[in-house]
Design a protein around this ligand. Sequence first.
Ligand code: LFR
Length: 492
Amino acid sequence: MLAVDFGASSGRTILGRWDGARLTVEDIHRFANDPVRLGDSLHWDFLRLFHELKKGIHAYKQHASGSPASIAVDTWGVDYGFVNGKGKLIGNPYHYRDARNTVAMEELLASLPDAELYARTGIQPLSFNTIFQLYAEAKAQTQSLDGDTRMLFMPDLFRYYLSGVRSTEYTIASTSGLLDPTARDWDRDLLGRISVPSTLFTDIVMPGTAEGVLRKEIAEELQVSVIPIVATASHDTASAVVSIPSLQGDYAYISCGTWSLMGVELDQPILNEDARRWGFTNEGGAERKIRMLKNIMGLWLLQECKRQWELEGETLSYAEMQEMAKREKGLLYYVDPEDPVFLAPGHMPDRIRRYCAHTGQTVPQTKAELIRCVVDSLAMKFKQSLDEIELLLGKKLASIHIVGGGIQNRLLCQLTANATGRPVIAGPVEATAIGNVMMQAKAHGEVGTLEQIRQVVMDSFPPDRYEPEDSAEWQEAFHTYKQVITKKSVRS
Ligand code: LFR
């Protein structure tokens, strides 16, 4: 099976080999995903990404014989494109970090109060949520959206151009802020209130469903046979959560990459005032589960520092950055990795320094100090979020599972154990691609339940474990961190 995983900074095609009991994964194609600023807007380069998708399918031949049993695509959340009745892509999909969204959010929230929106959708109001993007779109009237046009989220859009089927997969739709989280379907009344035609929205399909086969012209172009196309848990975070190696329900997870998504898996959403105030969101998971989680600006902070230093002429690897931070003294300065000031691309070191200065802290000067500040702050944010999750659930959680590329930052894993006082269980690193493949296996009838999938992941990809250290020191420092982030929110 081929899993194509588009992340916000890079993409990969993974070949998953399933022997009926165990899974192995092999990376067969990797590519960069660089957003493009065109005029005054920020876009995804859909055509280039589709080209990379085809290259990944083609690469299969160098690694295995015959054709893959199926293909499925997952991507980051919230973004979308429009396809008209003739199957043409209208415009270029916008990047969720485009500036148009902030104003749109403020305007819409003025007529549709945050508390009402949260009670209806259970989604934390982040400026890039699809609801605000569509509202901005409707106001600007840059596209003509007739009755035959459909809005497709990024994985659905890729799937459409692979198979010709226009449908919307549940987990990706759940990132939009337009679903009723209890019915797990569009909130039709809400759709009416954002001034876009309701004909834009297609039916919702559940993850693990076969949705057509590879278009004839692509099969001919790549000289492959007819391959089934599957709607997997097509929001990357949903696929990552599928592959958490545990059968117990007493942990919090962090899907750690560009973003750190921290939360728990539930049967029903939590829509109360505390969940809203603390910024939790209720997205959809495989098997109609709810991913109650918080969007934390994870490794983005380091990615943007790295990019800035490259512009200034110094190229550092993530491994080097980690080593530099490890040698630094910790617990000296903090930022709030949830603060919107860090959302847009731009000079990250300056923004971190400014944040520290505004909050009356010592200002990190060197690169190593900046990196240490980010890693400590993330660990502290995980501790703060864990406390909030435990209050929402009314129980203590035994451990923290971290999955995704972020586990390669071993310092972050260790500091998360220290800050939370819980063991951290790290892995698998390719969580998203593994979840994507296993949901395809489910569509083929090879596995039945989430438990079975997680048992396969446990057997196939044994995780690492980090025990908490220096707990007293971290507990004390946590109070300082909380004072700092409270100061900032009072000032901004
Ligand atoms: C992670 C992710 C998050 C989503 C963010 C923006 O890759 O999908 O879950 O909030 O990207 O789409």
